[in-house]
Ligand binder design. Structure first.
Ligand SMILES: *Cc1c(COP(=O)(O)O)cnc(C)c1O
Length: 341
């Protein structure tokens, strides 16, 4: 048990999610036994890591009397899909700002589901998306003119409130590690907008976990994530002081909870860019599906898992018997890649 005082949280996710070992994969490839934290099973339409953030973000939104939400992401954003369904479940109006071209013909994957959930969608070029604050502001003004009280949620739900989702998840993980009696030194996740890793890093400190958090970036580079995760932690710290702790949340002083050295990135697996997938990555996805009955997506979880297998092959984790990989979901994002298999 931990004595961290959490803010209000909705119950949207199916938790705790299982922690399951990939034994056949280990027999074939050696290295430490990988345990999957099955956050792909947090729900069906709400599945993946974003719902854990939304439980906190939307609890505050409801308390604040919000009636409409706007968020943004790629056309196949899992975060947008989870937000659209959470909004539908809560009776909120939802608009999604999507980066990329409007798909030709019938929509598939996440964007199909966004539409089904009744979210309104707008598509914007990567160039227009550089002024995403302006896109948010315009849409907000429009919804306000219809009488709505609007909340804008940043990309990936990664902000000071969303970070609570994975602080909470570490509580869950600690209990599972203790219960399974496994010796885990490393927990690895895919990092896209940084909020999951920020929460895990904070959670590991606050709940005194025995493990280190590693993020495998699926876009940008290590420096970008160090900066982004630092920002998310600072944003979180502003709301944390109340009733929890008042000093040294982030910094290099000995009494600070986290420092820059706690943000550990494994860089080198972005490939040709965000959502660009190599044949080797597709092979890993097929292999894991057949060997273990688990499906990863090429944009996030699969790209990071492929990176993890490469690191294991390079003997990075040779001194460890067990490690944990957070399966952050992404199943619906796989379908637009069907032709590649
Ligand atoms: C968004 C997402 C991530 C990355 O999480 P961040 O908190 O944005 O870093 C990883 N996996 C999947 C499937 C996602 O949708």
């Amino acid at each position: 048990m931990s004595n961290v005082k959490y803010p209000k949280k909705l119950s949207l996710a199916t938790t705790p999610t299982p922690l399951t070992p990939l034994k056949r994969l280990q027999s074939k490839y050696g290295g430490p036994l990988i345990w999957l934290k099955r956050d792909d099973l947090t729900g069906n339409l709400l599945s993946g890591n974003k719902v854990r953030k939304l439980e906190f973000i939307l609890a505050k939104a409801l308390a604040d009397g919000v009636t409409a939400i706007i968020t943004c992401g790629g056309v196949q954003s899992n975060h947008c899909r989870a937000t659209a369904f959470a909004a539908a479940q809560l009776g909120l109006r939802c608009h999604l700002l999507l980066r990329g071209d409007q798909p030709q013909g019938a929509y598939s994957g996440n964007v199909f589901l966004d539409q089904l959930a009744g979210a309104s969608l707008s598509f914007h070029s990567p160039l227009a998306f550089r002024q995403v604050d302006e896109l948010f502001a315009n849409q907000k003004a429009l919804l306000e003119s219809e009488g709505h009280n609007v909340l804008c949620i940043p990309v990936g739900g990664s902000d000071g409130m969303g970070v609570w989702g994975y602080i909470n998840a570490v509580d869950e993980l600690n209990n599972q590690v203790r219960h399974q009696k496994i010796n885990v030194k490393s927990v690895v996740c895919a990092s896209g907008s940084g909020g999951t890793q920020a929460g895990l890093v904070l959670g590991a400190k606050l709940h005194k976990s025995p493990f280190t958090i590693f993020g495998i970036n699926i876009c940008d580079d290590a420096a970008w994530f160090e900066n982004k995760i630092t920002q998310d932690i600072r944003d979180w710290a502003k709301g944390f002081a109340n009733g929890n702790c008042t000093q040294g949340v982030f910094g290099d002083s000995p009494d600070s909870i986290v420092s820059l050295s706690d943000i550990q990135m494994i860089d080198g697996y972005v490939g040709e860019g965000y959502a660009k997938a190599s044949d080797a990555l597709m092979n890993t996805i097929s292999e894991v599906a057949r060997l273990e009955g688990v499906v990863f997506d090429p944009v996030y979880s699969g790209k990071a898992f492929n990176g993890l297998l490469n690191e294991i092959a390079k003997e990075r984790f040779n001194n460890e018997t067990d490690l944990i990989f957070i399966h952050t979901g992404g199943l619906f994002g796989l379908f637009p890649y069907a032709e590649r298999f």
